[in-house]
Design a protein around this ligand. Structure first.
Ligand code: AHN
Ligand code: ZN
Length: 327
């Protein structure tokens, strides 16, 4: 992007999402009400997809990792870069990076906001078999969750929450065996970055009150149901998030019904790290292509199929949860 384009983009974000000040009649002066700018989150998706598919062992992975570290530092977080090596189901040795940004790092009461940031190496659910070996842009399945968390990080720099918050970008979630694979479909082939982090937390003796995973939180037509493992391991957190969404008028995006069990990063946070973790993940039982939505693991998972209104529903709901959490 040319410098002039960058400046125009930034100007647009500033103009479209100016900070809301508390009214002058309230006694606490100059308190900025935490908000969430969906345009800003959208731009963070675009920035990620512009690197190309963030597949492990590629330049795009390296470049995007550096960018994510830069953004977290720019937004005032204490950062950790956790590199690791692992072997995938198809016996590929990959290098991964879990990227962590902490707010209130000394606070003993912490919550985690997390999302995977890697792209699937193959669009193996594409309607056209000619695309099955192409990597996925992963605007929704990867970049959207990261983008919502980055925008929340930007807001947390303006107003620190009462509790500690760790933003965790998990690598190597999506190199799992798809439906076309003939071998063993073990759950443990997914979420490789999370499994590494859960066994080797970035700080010794690390614990958190709970974790919220965002996965595919920007797709057109998305709706989120109360996912099975989330309810099994963290029913009170599911209740908290879904009732916050209802209060804000997002009941048609966060449907108050249960649906599906997804082997996702939160499963390993629950079972290995023993931190209660829930997943905000689409469940569309009537979608022909996939219950995660029509673009899942296809070449159509690109910026054109992102809906800012979904990003906004998720972002504002999380802001509501985070700023109501007491130490
Ligand atoms: C399975 O398909 C077993 N889990 C889905 C996890 C996933 C893939 N989330 C995003 N991409
Ligand atoms: Zn995926």
């Amino acid at each position: 992007m040319k410098n002039s384009a960058i400046i125009l983009t930034l100007l647009y974000v500033v103009l479209s999402c100016g900070g809301r000040k508390a009214s002058s009649t309230t006694p606490a002066t100059d308190v900025v009400t935490p908000e969430f700018c969906a345009d800003s989150a959208y731009n963070y998706i675009k920035a990620q997809t512009d690197f190309g598919p963030r597949v492990p062992n590629t330049d795009a992975q390296q470049n995007c990792a550096a960018w994510l570290m830069t953004k977290l530092k720019e937004f005032g977080a204490e950062t950790f870069l956790q590199g690791f090596e692992t072997v995938t189901f198809d016996k590929t040795r990959i290098r991964g990076y879990n990227i962590i940004g902490s707010y209130n790092p000394e606070s003993p009461t912490r919550i985690i906001l997390c999302s995977h940031w890697d792209s699937r190496p193959w669009a193996d659910n594409d309607p056209d078999p000619a695309n099955w070996m192409k990597p996925v842009d992963a605007a929704n399945d990867g970049a959207s969750g990261v983008a919502v968390i980055l925008e929340i990080a930007r807001q947390m720099q303006k107003q620190t929450p009462e509790i500690g918050v760790d933003c965790i970008f998990l690598d190597a979630e999506d190199w799992g065996p798809g439906d076309n694979y003939q071998g063993e479909h073990l759950e443990s082939y997914w979420g490789l970055g999370t499994q590494y982090w859960a066994k080797n937390p970035h700080k010794e003796g690390y614990h958190a009150r709970y974790a919220i995973l965002l996965d595919m939180v920007g797709g057109k037509g998305a709706a989120f149901c109360r996912e099975g493992y989330s309810t099994r391991f963290g029913k009170t957190i599911v209740d908290k998030v879904w009732s916050a969404a209802g209060r804000l008028g997002y009941g048609s995006v966060f449907l108050p019904v249960s649906g599906g069990y997804v082997t996702d990063d939160h499963y390993f946070i629950n079972t290995i790290a023993r931190i209660p973790a829930i997943d905000i993940v689409p469940y569309l039982p009537n979608c022909r292509e996939s219950s995660f939505g029509p673009t899942w693991h296809t070449t159509h998972d690109n910026i054109d199929n992102i809906d800012k209104k979904i990003l906004e529903a998720v972002g504002k709901t999380l802001i509501e949860v985070i700023y109501n959490e007491k130490p």
